[in-house]
Design a protein around this ligand. Structure first.
Ligand code: NAD
Length: 386
């Protein structure tokens, strides 16, 4: 079976789905590995490193014409969609719940789509395949660096002949995988760090990193299914936003990471909260998206400075901005999942398997993932194909 690694095409995307180091794991399992020329360039893996590891570097045309399985980081673009053939499989982070129409296009083309986003994350045997966690970890690290870079003062306490600088006070809102890594990184840079989440279970994790956990008096416990948060009611949201505003105003730097599966990111930092912050404060909104983010006034992919001097960074592509580390981790994740799907050298799709039930989205011309099928049935609009 031929497994092919494509060159990513999304703007700002520098990751590659498979790194040379992982190639032998696949060839030892009897798979042939093809790599689109230049696929690893953005993450500093030259074609020669793939060839040395036992892969064959090929043209785009040959790759799509001959591959059985395509490995990608993010969704195929419109040009790739035209090239995919019936019977081929695509494995990557396809965001089927936010882009269900890509899924219907793949099903119509007879392509088997496998998305790492749907992996059941709490099984111990899926930890090695958990790309959401590995990429959130990289993004959380980068968020702390982006914040430090934009901040006009030091993060650590510095005592010098030219005076004493107090440490930056940094608040992380949403302390899942990305938030915990942002806390750890900001602590290593010397900031005084606090964390807050709606899941009470995260208190111990925040404190174990040496940060202060903020508990709200209007405390809402919003632990949802599978370790995720649930969406707050309008009343809970209002109480949370009002109380958080006071905490936000006491901090110099705020990093927000809050997500609720399948919903738009919750608004945690209101316009009023931003107005209460001091000039020179920095907010990094990791939830920034075209639908809105965690912070009022954040624009995805842009940096905005408010009238009262607060810099709001609508962070996007943070994992892609640390491309080598992110690709190394992703490569381990995707190769572990691929090897789980392969039996006697070919892809063996079986949605009665607990892991496959989460990740296999289309097969045999059908959308086989129930949650995605339900979404598609609810709102039929055409794919954007980009
Ligand atoms: P995520 O990206 O879905 O969300 C980020 C954080 O935002 C979460 O901690 C969430 O609770 C928080 N959040 C959502 N709404 C909020 C609100 N209104 N106010 C404040 N915070 C809000 O989360 P994630 O990083 O993918 O992690 C989700 C959970 O899955 C965590 O409990 C994590 O420990 C768990 N997890 C477990 C495993 C495992 O068992 N192996 C692996 C990965 C993640």
């Amino acid at each position: 079976m031929k497994v092919a690694v494509v060159k990513e095409s999304a703007p700002g995307e520098r990751r590659v789905a498979l790194v040379p180091e992982t190639v032998p794991r696949l060839t030892q399992a009897g798979l042939e590995v093809l790599v689109e020329a230049g696929a690893g360039d953005g993450a500093w893996f030259p074609d020669s490193a793939y060839t040395a590891a036992g892969a064959a570097v090929t043209s785009t045309e040959e790759l799509y014409a001959t591959a059985d399985v395509i490995l990608t980081v993010t969704r195929p673009d419109a040009a790739a969609l035209k090239r995919l053939r019936s019977g081929q499989a695509v494995i990557g982070m396809l965001s089927p719940l936010t882009d269900p129409h890509l899924v219907s296009d793949l099903a119509a083309a007879g392509v088997t789509a496998v998305s790492l986003d749907g992996l059941p994350r709490t099984l111990s045997r899926t930890q090695v395949m958990d790309a959401l966690s590995s990429q959130a970890n990289v993004a959380g690290y980068k968020a702390a660096l982006v914040a430090a870079d934009a901040y006009g003062r030091f993060f650590p306490l510095l005592i010098t002949a030219a005076g004493t600088a107090r440490p930056a006070k940094l608040l992380v809102l949403g302390t899942g995988v990305a938030g915990l890594q942002a806390i750890g990184t900001a602590r290593r840079l010397g900031a005084q760090v606090s964390g807050y989440d709606v899941r009470p279970a995260s208190k111990g994790e925040v404190e174990s990193l040496g940060a202060t956990y903020i508990e709200l008096t209007s405390a809402v416990s919003a632990a949802g299914e599978g370790g995720y948060a649930r969406e707050l009611t309008a009343e809970e949201r209002g109480a949370q936003q009002a109380e958080l505003a006071g905490h936000i105003a006491r901090h110099d730097v705020v990093i927000t990471t809050a997500q609720v599966p399948g919903r738009r990111p919750p608004l945690l930092v209101t316009e009023d909260a931003v107005r209460q912050m001091s000039a020179g404060s920095v907010i990094v909104d990791m939830g920034a998206s075209p639908l809105g983010g965690n912070v009022a006034g954040s624009v995805a992919g842009e940096t905005v400075v408010t009238a009262n001097g607060v810099t709001i960074i609508g962070a996007q592509h943070l994992a892609a901005a640390v491309p080598t580390a992110a690709s190394n981790a992703f490569s381990r994740n995707i190769s572990a999942l691929l090897l789980h799907l392969v039996n006697e050298g070919t892809l063996a799709i079986d949605t009665t398997d607990e892991i496959q039930a989460g990740v296999v989205v289309t097969h045999g011309g059908e959308v086989v993932h129930p949650a995605v099928a339900k979404l598609l049935a609810a709102e039929p609009t055409p794919s954007q194909g980009n």
